[in-house]
Design a protein around this ligand. Structure first.
Ligand code: GAP
Length: 451
């Protein structure tokens, strides 16, 4: 019997077929660890970013935005501890040349590491050696040690080094947060599972600056905020869970991950970290600049703020939204391929296309009328127009890319100015006046919940 469950192979294949994500440099055999976002992929990624940005900067009065440069002074990464500590222990097989992260038991078991035997071919392994994950390049015409510069491995440091500028220029009072979305780069040794772990990726990070002693309460506050965020955009609650870290990163006092159940199992989606005053204390020491906050409401009390960080992968979010939305649903019983449809149940605010406009026929003025109606909708919504093929096939094409609403224009539309509005999830259809379309779709988006 055919398996209709979601799998990574199906997601990868759909993404390529419909233009969500392509392998980078595919015509040259592909570049490991890098992916290109096609027309639907960039629309989906932008919508996910927009939802997060709204959540952080619009719905929280005390959070502002930043877009810091990727290239930063190399001392930043010495101060942050990344030069010394941001590394993985690697072992290589001397026979088959496979490479493994010695601390990752999904790649190699602790027993294999201890006995130094390759899990693939049984050959001898090298001693574990430390491998720094930062990409190094050089700036300026000479390639010597003075020109070394790194591609940032996290966006967070751009926020820390700007925190005083931002607090002063915006007259921010603690507690406050700074949000940022941007590229990060890590020389990951094993890049597998499509866009889950890549060398070039995007993060959505928010750093929340609080008074020491208030950090634990805010840590709990942000844990609660972040876990309740994803279901607002349709992610099923039973696909999310917490993972409490027992091994902490060099900067953290406490850390939890929100994990999502991807096809390969529960894996990290977002981290919530109590980074204490570690980063700002380090930057004070390395830069020689005073990074204390002056609390004017409390007799000019001075302190280095503690930082609660929420750090989510944007590109990993894209994979989560795709996996969570994917369904192969039985819709008929004729014993052929048409019995099943592939549907992406995206929340309408996340879907790459919100409304598809479909004239029943190209002829008799229906195409012209449909274009006119699309013109009325496109100021408000991302629309698509499709006039080719049977209407059933066109619905299926839209289901497969997650378009929540389809509008069909038929001969009656010419007479009475009504159209058919079809809902992706239920496949129900209603007849509705053309003049009510915008307000009805707006209301449907607002009240949407996944069945
Ligand atoms: N500033 C803290 C920080 O960077 P992290 O746990 O290393 O923490 C945060 O990364 C998030 O960034 C992860 O939860 C994940 O969603 C995403 N991420 C990290 N490495 C990634 C990679 N190689 N590819 C894709 N996403 C990644």
């Amino acid at each position: 019997m055919e398996n209709h469950a979601v799998s990574m192979e199906k997601i990868v294949s759909l993404c390529k077929r419909r233009g969500f994500v392509f392998q980078s440099s595919e015509i040259y055999g592909g570049q490991n660890g890098a992916w290109d976002y096609g027309p639907l992929g960039i629309a989906l990624k932008n919508n996910i970013q927009k939802a997060w940005w709204k959540e952080m900067t619009q719905l929280h009065d005390n959070i502002v935005g930043l877009d810091a440069a990727i290239l930063m002074h190399p001392r930043v990464w010495e101060a942050s501890g990344h030069v010394a500590n941001f590394s993985d222990p690697l072992v290589d097989c001397k026979d088959c040349k496979s490479r493994f992260r010695a601390d990752d038991d999904t790649q190699i078991s602790p027993e294999n590491v201890e006995k130094r035997t390759c899990p693939k071919c049984g050959g001898p392994l090298t001693e574990p050696r430390s491998f720094n994950l930062m990409f190094k390049t050089s700036i300026g015409p000479a390639e010597d040690s003075s020109s070394v510069i790194y591609l940032r491995p996290e966006t967070a440091q751009g926020i820390y080094v700007n925190y005083k500028n931002i607090a002063q220029s915006n007259r921010l009072k603690i507690p406050f947060g700074i949000a940022q979305v941007g590229k990060a780069f890590r020389n990951e040794i094993v890049t597998k599972n499509f866009i889950f772990r890549t060398c070039e990726f995007e993060q959505m990070e928010m750093q929340f600056f609080v008074k020491p002693g208030e950090d634990e309460n805010f840590f709990e506050y942000w844990r609660e905020q972040r876990m309740s965020y994803y279901p607002k955009y349709g992610i099923r609650k039973d696909k999310l869970r917490w993972h409490h870290h027992d091994k902490l990163a060099h900067y953290a006092k406490d850390a939890y991950d929100i994990e999502f159940e991807f096809p390969m199992g529960f894996q990290e989606l977002e981290g919530i970290h109590n980074r204490t005053d570690f980063d700002l204390t380090q930057h004070t020491e390395y830069s020689g600049k005073d990074l204390q906050y002056i609390d004017q409401d409390n007799g000019n009390e001075r302190f280095i703020p503690y930082i609660i960080e929420t750090s989510a992968g944007l590109t990993r979010n894209v994979l989560m939204f795709l996996c969570d939305a994917y369904e192969e649903e039985k819709v008929a019983d004729k014993g052929n391929d048409d019995d099943w449809r592939t549907v992406l149940h995206f929340h309408p605010s996340i879907a790459p296309v919100t409304v598809a406009v479909l004239p029943l026929m190209k002829k008799d003025g229906l195409a012209e009328l449909a274009k006119e109606i699309q013109g009325e909708l496109k100021e408000e919504f991302m629309t698509d127009y499709d006039q080719s093929g049977a209407i059933g096939k066109r619905y299926r094409r839209q289901d497969e890319i997650g378009t929540p609403f389809c509008i069909t224009i038929d001969y009656d539309s010419k007479e009475d100015n009504t159209v058919t509005l079809r809902f992706r999830d239920s496949m129900e259809q209603v007849r509705i006046a053309r003049s009510d379309l915008v307000s009805r779709i707006r209301a449907e988006i607002k009240s949407y919940s996944r069945a």
